[in-house]
Design a protein around this ligand. Structure first.
Ligand code: HEM
Length: 194
């Protein structure tokens, strides 16, 4: 048996996306998105585009039975408030990305939930240019239970859900990163078809 296949799902997701994540980090930082208000606004718009796809997945019926506090983990409304703080109108583009399969959706959610870890670092940069958990950087604040506990609960939940198919989860996570990357490179694109 391939040794990789005995690893917990969260570990497999991390291994399958580590290099994609590193490239994304470098792209975001090289664009100075945390150095100026304009750069930061573009970052929050990027988050809006990504999270508009995640938003319905936080209400996924099957996943609600697997992941504790799923609905409360959703940061889409906080991103909208951040855009409002920044004086930025909400993008009015239509969005339609059908992700119904529970495994694929769990892969997408892994990317959204995992990014809350990186947010612990990003919020410090945002604070240097004036954005805080109560103004402009609401969506970068930790979940009420704390970043570590929230993340551990998410990981444990997906690691102990035999109904999730690892291959389709990985496909979902890679697709989510692909979307973020594409939105970063082409801010005018609001929708990618699977
Ligand atoms: C929208 C953009 C981003 C997405 C979607 C994203 C996604 C993720 C994911 C999925 C993880 C969890 C990895 C795991 O399984 O352990 C993670 C962790 C992390 N991310 Fe990001 N990330 C983003 C931006 C950034 C940026 C710009 C930085 C910093 C330059 C960053 C720094 C980190 C760090 C330091 C961790 C690990 C934290 C820890 O292990 O304590 N991320 N991110």
């Amino acid at each position: 048996m391939n040794e990789t296949n005995t690893l917990p799902l969260s570990r497999r997701l991390k291994e399958a996306t580590t290099s994609t994540h590193e490239t994304l980090d470098q792209s975001i930082m090289s664009r100075n998105m945390f150095a100026t208000t304009k750069g930061y606004r573009d970052f929050v718009l990027l988050q809006y585009r990504f999270h508009q796809h995640l938003d319905p997945l936080y209400r996924h019926e099957v996943l609600a039975g697997i992941i504790p506090g799923l609905e409360a983990r959703n940061r889409f409304s906080l991103i909208q408030e951040d855009l409002n703080d920044l004086g930025e109108p909400l993008p009015s583009h239509p969005t339609f990305l059908p992700v119904e399969d529970a495994s694929v959706a769990a892969g997408w959610l892994y990317v959204g939930e995992g990014s809350k870890l990186g947010a612990g670092f990003l919020i410090k940069l945002a604070q240097k240019i004036g954005f805080t958990p109560s103004f402009g950087a609401r969506h970068l604040a930790p979940d009420p239970e704390g970043r570590g506990l929230s993340w551990n609960r998410f990981r444990e939940a997906i690691d102990h859900a035999p109904e999730l198919d690892p291959t389709r989860c990985i496909q979902g996570a890679q697709d989510a990163f692909r979307h973020v990357r594409r939105y970063l490179e082409s801010p005018e694109d609001v929708l990618m078809h699977p």
